[in-house]
Design a protein around this ligand. Structure first.
Ligand code: G6P
Length: 605
């Protein structure tokens, strides 16, 4: 949801800002803009992708060494040049970029209008620039005071990077519930919504916390709390190298990231399993006492939750409730005090997941985050965090983070099952051993199936609808397959519990309709096969994904995956589903990594 970059240093800002924005485009790409200060602040904006902005400033000699940039995912106001950031206060005193939503912006508009302010855009961000301007002029106590007063006055979420006309050498940053990091190098200081934007220049970063303000000069950053007192922060080192945030010869990040899955699965497994024992940062006693588990997440992370729900419940016999975060947060559930709320999130910033976490904490229930982005808000606020080691994921459609989240879920289920006495030591060891093979099995699938699926995909590039069906865990992974297809290919698709099809959806099946059957679960596969037969008799074209030992003779196209334990098939079945979605999108000539209307990190409700 919008990407921000700021720079103040020795180099020309324009290239650093454009480069940073290009690495944040996954956060939004309906318009982009930047403000650069040489003698005075100049603002450039363009609708559409970053290249349009590049085109616009081509040939201009922008020498300024301080500036801010933004790539937008529209919330208030359509994607247009006028609504693009940076936004400027009425007399040009304040120029800012913003990620988030100001919820009481209408109230602020009325207040400001009564003081003679006028607005040129439909955005809450322009209002924010003017609120800062208002306090700046009213109290005449400088930038920090104006920003602090604004933070107290506005509601919502924001990360902002601000330039004041009167302070040519300073960049001001503040945040609440939207991510922001500050990088530092010999060449200058950087502010960014995410690490990849500045990884080329530095690995040394500070994490700015909620309701804190930072002032970036050319060679130093100073942090302040809401009272205006200076605060000290610890400099952290980012361990990633730049290549993880580059395409490395692949045509798209999505296919690069799919090809990284075997490695990141192993890495994640190895970070929790030592000498065949699972080690988690939660005490055994605490885990043993858990009576109820809630798994809460959004999008694909929710689908991991659905898989985890089946697996953990079956292994541990502890009841698991899986919820979509945006539903959970307003359901007013009275949570079991002996429960554990697990939040699954790649970014660690998803607004609804974060709100669900806070709701659980406010009820005094223990929380556990399964998170990919280190030091993200969910990682910092959860009582415990289990990091997935997927590395930076750039493609908007998640693939490798999804796979690592599954691995952590399996390990959690196995660990808890042993503690609860529901599996023997022997079963524990054998399950862990099986999880340890999933990286290699994933590699095998990639090597064996990529070309075939590429060919298959070109045949289905023009289908109108697709249905994904399965039972139990196969249904859970159908949800992900279907979401992946619709998000990157814009083909309508639905996932259905195979047994439920005949209660309505089967009426949509006609000659040639594409039905993808996931058939991996030993105890129920025959029932899914009957359901597939029902759609086949009505003319469907059937693709099946199953292990070698399950044969579906009437399937029109069979995809075989290696054998594993019944619990771990989601990891193997999802790979061909991701490949299928990717190659269908490519065949349709779409922008795979940046599908329309989507953003990777959804920091608004
Ligand atoms: C967006 C992304 C999805 C992701 C979901 C949840 O919709 O496009 O890929 O699954 O948000 O994000 P999170 O960062 O919480 O996993």
């Amino acid at each position: 949801m919008c990407g921000i970059v700021g720079y103040n240093g020795k180099e020309k800002a324009v290239n650093i800002l454009l480069d940073g924005l290009s690495r944040l485009e996954y956060r939004g790409y309906d318009s982009a803009g930047l403000a650069i200060r040489d003698k005075k602040i100049e603002v450039f904006k363009a609708k559409g992708k970053l290249d349009n902005l590049r085109e616009k400033i081509k040939g201009k000699r922008l020498k300024g060494t301080i500036g801010i940039g933004h790539t937008r995912w529209a919330t208030h106001g359509e994607p247009s040049e006028n609504n693009a950031h940076p936004h400027i206060s009425n007399d040009g005193c304040v120029t800012l970029v913003h990620n988030g939503i100001i919820e009481n912006y209408r109230e602020m508009v009325l207040k400001l209008e009564s003081h003679g302010y006028k607005f040129y855009s439909e955005t809450d961000t322009e209002v924010l620039a003017n609120v800062i301007d208002y306090y700046y002029k009213k109290y005449k106590n400088g930038p920090m005071d104006a920003i602090n007063r604004t933070m107290v006055r506005v509601r919502g979420s924001y990360a902002i990077c601000v330039m004041f006309e009167d302070y040519p050498d300073e960049l001001w940053v503040a945040r609440k519930d939207s991510p922001m990091i500050i990088g530092i190098s010999d060449d200058g200081l950087y502010a960014a919504s995410d690490v990849p934007a500045i990884l080329k220049y530095t690995r040394n970063v500070y994490y700015i916390d909620n309701m804190e303000v930072a002032c970036l000069t050319k060679n130093k950053v100073t942090f302040y709390n809401l009272n205006g007192d200076e605060i000290k922060k610890e400099l952290k080192e980012i361990k990633w190298n730049l290549s993880v945030a580059e395409k490395n010869g692949y045509e798209h990040f999505m296919i690069k990231e799919i090809n990284e899955e075997d490695e990141v699965i192993k890495k994640t497994f190895n970070s929790f399993v030592h000498n065949n024992k699972i080690e988690f940062p939660i005490s055994d006693d605490e885990l043993k006492n858990i009576k109820q588990i809630y798994i809460v997440a959004c999008g694909s992370a929710y689908h991991v939750g659905v898989c985890a729900g089946y697996i953990i419940e079956d292994l541990t016999k502890v009841s698991v409730r899986v919820d979509i975060a945006s539903e959970f947060r307003y359901r007013h559930l009275e949570l079991d005090k002996d429960g554990l709320v697990i939040i699954v999130s790649q970014s660690g910033e998803t607004a609804d997941s974060l709100a669900a976490l806070r709701e659980a904490k406010s009820q005094g229930v223990k929380t556990l985050g399964i998170v990919n982005v280190v030091s993200s808000t969910i990682a910092r606020e959860a009582d415990y965090v289990l990091y997935t080691l997927a590395g930076p994921e750039i493609s908007v459609a998640t693939t490798k983070a999804f796979s690592t989240q599954l691995i952590v879920s399996y390990l959690f289920g196995i660990h808890l099952a042993l503690l609860k006495g529901k599996i023997t030591n022997k079963e524990y060891t054998s399950l862990i051993k099986e999880v340890s093979t999933l990286g290699d099995k994933t590699k095998k699938i990639l090597d064996k199936l990529t070309n075939d699926i590429q060919k298959l995909s070109s045949e289905f590039a023009n289908v109108k609808d697709a249905f994904y069906i399965g039972r139990g865990l196969d249904y859970a992974i159908s949800l992900e397959g279907s979401l992946k297809l619709k998000e990157v290919s814009y083909i309508h698709s639905e996932a259905y519990a195979a047994g439920e099809l005949k209660h309505g959806t089967i009426s949509l099946i006609e000659d040639g309709t594409l039905v993808i059957g996931i058939v991996t679960q030993d105890d129920i596969y025959e029932k899914t096969i009957s359901n597939l037969m029902e759609v086949k008799s009505r003319g469907a074209y059937i693709i099946t994904i199953s292990p070698e030992n399950i044969d579906i003779p009437f399937s029109d196209y069979k995809i075989h995956i290696p054998n594993t334990s019944k619990y771990f098939y989601p990891s193997l079945a999802v790979i061909p589903l991701q490949l299928l979605s990717y190659y269908i999108s490519v065949s349709r000539g779409l922008d795979v990594d940046k599908p329309r209307n989507l953003a990777k990190s959804v920091t608004v409700e």
